[in-house]
Design a protein around this ligand. Structure first.
Ligand SMILES: O=C(O)C1=C[C@@H](OP(=O)(O)O)[C@@H](O)[C@H](O)C1
Ligand SMILES: C=C(OP(=O)(O)O)C(=O)O
Length: 449
């Protein structure tokens, strides 16, 4: 059904206001859509392509700001990367150990994945000096989680606040292998150490308390690294020194981006949407399990494997949602989807509890505080917990002025909440969506018309 009014106004400071007016006649979302390429896989394809011998071809790369940051860092390190597009990006690798010393500071922008994974690569490139930084958000995010294990491997890294904050300076070294017992389940920590282990003689082992996304393991193996996985202990072993060889990578749609449409389709009455070609790697499908617990009607169709990653089309039909509790080992498998899950909980009957998610406090924004404050401004009942949120659903929302705090996932989550809020919602600094989802507003307009 048409009639919803969605406009974007660009401000003098170049930030965007996304204005969403709820239609007076019922809105329902319909159609078949695609979401942009997976952000985690896009970063890794660019990085491994740069480190490999020979050419890597990437289809379906995410053209968001974060992978652009990765591409520009690795260009500055000597890799030849063709113009970024979704059809075909070619990366001419320079081979492990051959990165150039860049003539300027490497800037990871807003991207934690770029900075943390790149640190493992730089620290192990002996004889070269690197400096790395990021935007205001990234410069406030903790880097000690990767600096500490790298120091344990003999790396030389300096930075603000006891080497815990960017900007950081790195003197590349031949590292020694380690067995790192990570206190947190983090794919960025795991991947950083595995990448450092590629050039390190012997067995580098990472053990994490719960399983985090395994895209690095899948892609490293495909590129020729010697990797052993011990699922019973959540451990990965890389034996170095490795050689990587250029590959063909096909990037599936990002389930973290699909999550906005899954929740929108579930909460907007009378909706039916199909999100095609979505990556459904089991280390990422916590959102599907959480929404199923809440009574969402989501079906996986046309399940297949594409270039080493499971893929499916996801059909969602609106339904009455009920509350649930989300905690424990599922958290790393839906960590980026918690802001949109909070929106689902606002429209569910009963009180939803989200716990063990303190990581959200150190993402692009403090996603617990920001989501609670912004949803409460719209009339929701969200209470902050130290490690999550308690959300009592069922109170109708009313549009008002809200702010993304320059966090892409917050901007898009608030836009979906606005579809079911009375009146007009204005989302300030909505341009943040382009970090992971450049054409979000266009797809929003498409499903609403
Ligand atoms: O490795 C990755 O690509 C990512 C890992 C996650 O972070 P953590 O490893 O910090 O949990 C996730 O939040 C981030 O968006 C992407
Ligand atoms: C946390 C995120 O990304 P990163 O850590 O790479 O900035 C995210 O995309 O939600």
């Amino acid at each position: 059904m048409s009639a919803s009014v969605i406009t974007v106004e660009t401000q003098e400071d170049l930030s965007d206001k996304l204005i969403i007016q709820q239609p007076s006649v019922g809105l329902s979302l319909q159609g078949r859509i695609r979401v942009p390429g997976d952000k985690s896989i896009s970063h890794r394809a660019l990085m491994l392509g740069a480190l490999a011998q020979g050419e890597t071809e990437i289809q379906g790369l995410l053209l968001g700001e974060d992978p652009r940051s990765t591409a520009s860092c690795f260009q500055a390190l000597g890799a030849e990367i063709s113009e970024l597009n979704t059809e075909l990006v070619r990366v001419k690798g320079i081979g492990l150990g051959n990165l150039q010393e860049p003539v300027d500071v490497l800037n990871a922008g807003n991207s934690g994945t770029t900075l943390r994974l790149m640190l493992g690569i730089l620290a192990s490139h002996s004889g070269r000096f690197f400096t790395v930084t990021g935007d205001g958000s990234l410069r406030s995010r903790p880097m000690s989680r990767v600096v500490k294990p790298l120091l344990q491997m003999g790396a030389q890294i300096w930075g603000r606040k006891g080497n815990s904050l960017a900007p950081l300076a790195i003197q590349g070294q031949a590292l020694k292998p380690t067995h790192y017992l990570s206190p947190i389940a983090s794919a960025q920590v795991k991947s950083c150490i595995l990448l450092a282990g590629l050039m390190t003689e012997g067995q580098t082992i990472v053990t994490e308390p719960a399983l985090s996304r395994d895209h690095s393991e899948r892609m490293l193996r495909a590129f020729g690294a010697n990797l052993t996985i011990e699922p019973e202990t959540n451990s990965v072993i890389v034996t170095g020194p490795a050689q990587l060889y250029g590959q063909k990578v096909i990037v599936p749609g990002d389930i973290s981006s699909a999550a906005f449409w899954l929740v929108a389709g579930a909460i907007v009455p009378g909706s039916e949407l199909v999100v095609e070609n979505v990556g459904v790697n089991p280390t990422r499908t916590g959102i599907l399990e959480a929404l199923a617990l809440m009574g969402a009607d989501i079906q996986l169709e046309n399940q297949r494997e594409v270039a080493g990653e499971p893929v499916a089309d996801l059909r969602v039909r609106s339904s009455r949602l009920k509350s649930c509790t989300i905690a424990g080992d599922i958290i790393p498998r839906l960590i980026d989807e918690i802001p949109i899950l909070a929106v689902a909980a606002v429209f569910a009957e009963g009180t939803t509890i989200i716990r063990d998610a303190e990581e959200l406090r150190v993402k692009e924004s403090d996603r617990i505080t920001v989501m609670a404050q912004q949803l409460n401004k719209m009339g929701a009942q969200v209470t902050e917990l130290p490690d999550g949120m308690e959300i009592t659903g069922g109170t109708p929302l009313a549009g008002t002025d809200v702010d993304s705090y320059t966090d892409h996932r917050i901007a898009m989550s608030l836009a979906i909440a606005a579809l079911v809020s009375k009146g007009i919602t204005t989302i300030h600094r909505a341009e943040a969506a382009a970090i992971s989802y450049p054409n979000f507003t266009a797809t929003l307009q498409q499903v609403c018309s």
